[in-house]
Ligand binder design. Structure first.
Ligand SMILES: C[S@@+](CC[C@H](N)C(=O)[O-])C[C@H]1O[C@@H](n2cnc3c(N)ncnc32)[C@H](O)[C@@H]1O
Length: 283
């Protein structure tokens, strides 16, 4: 536990006016992955993300807000909710808050909470189950967008394989638009994944620019699907591609030689459409 953490007092309110305050510095340091890893916490900025965290049952450890800010009533309401749930509340001025959030669009509320990592899923029997596997994904914007897309398509969760970008970075949580709080995340090394994959009860579909099957020709409905997506630069390595039941390609027009990883994931998930309402239910 870091020095700053020792001072957390659940349910207590503190007024802080100095940008250099140790608690503020400690929270600000969560912008760096090594500090998030040490603490197993992360911070999110903005009322939408903090509200989404609450609504999905996440426990806020610390909530920072500016009572006199332009966010006014909404920020105060979130602070009251956080306090009732046992969070430590730091009341600050806009200057302190601006020192903690992004410069181009300073936010009025910051929430700090614990990271949640899930064990690799077991005992899956529902043919509608889909897990997305991301091999060494590098770009936090792509990762946040994939979390948002997987959530919207009704995927069960995401498995991050190998050395990946951090889903709990500010950029990834922001791009997830709140879905970070609704999509179980699993982290495995490649060898842990290959070992676990042997017990997967359905088909394993890898997407590959040299895949043998048009993605529209595969039966996704009869069994659970494990959907493997390759790294942005290198694609799926042979060690993973060889362990897929099918390698699928998405035919393309135009000059580009591949789709953006997040777009390709969205195309696959919405084509499978496993948990989407059947056509005919137009709004
Ligand atoms: C930007 S692409 C990787 C390009 C990389 N240069 C390669 O050779 O694979 C990132 C990932 O998106 C998926 N992808 C992108 N376009 C695809 C397509 N047309 N067909 C199948 N998968 C695709 C694959 O999973 C791929 O590994």
């Amino acid at each position: 536990m870091t020095e700053e953490k020792k001072h957390i007092r659940p349910g207590r309110i503190y007024e802080i006016t100095a940008v250099s305050n140790a608690r503020i510095k400690g929270i600000r340091s969560l912008a760096q992955k090594k500090n998030r890893d040490n603490d197993n916490t992360f911070m999110v900025e903005g009322m939408k993300l903090v509200r989404d965290a609450f609504d999905n049952g996440w426990k806020i450890e610390t909530l920072v807000y500016a009572p006199g800010s332009r966010a006014g009533d909404q920020a105060r309401e979130l602070a009251a909710r956080a306090r009732v749930s046992g969070a430590e509340i730091l009341e600050v001025n806009e200057k302190v808050l601006a020192s903690m959030t992004r410069r181009e669009n300073p936010q009025m509320v910051v929430g700090v909470m614990r990271q949640q990592w899930h064990p690799a899923p077991a005992g899956i029997v529902d043919p509608a189950s889909t897990w997305v596997v991301l091999d060494r994904i590098r770009d936090p914007g792509n990762l946040g967008t994939i979390i948002r897309t997987a959530d919207s398509a009704g995927a069960d969760g995401i498995i991050l394989v190998g050395d990946t970008t951090d889903p709990y970075s500010l950029e990834a949580t922001r791009a997830s638009m709140g879905s970070i709080f609704n999509v179980p995340l699993v982290k495995l090394t490649e060898s842990q994944f290959l070992d676990w994959r042997k017990r997967w009860p359905g088909i394993v579909v890898g997407t590959h620019l040299e895949g043998a099957a048009d993605f529209r020709s595969i039966d996704y409905d009869s069994s659970p699907v494990l959907l493997l997506m390759g790294n942005e630069q290198q694609g799926l390595p042979p060690s993973l591609a060889e362990n897929c039941d099918r390698l699928a390609y998405i035919p393309m027009n135009g000059a580009a030689d591949s789709l953006n990883l997040a777009i390709a994931t969205g195309v696959m998930l919405f084509h499978m459409g496993k948990r989407l309402p059947p056509p005919g239910n137009e709004k």
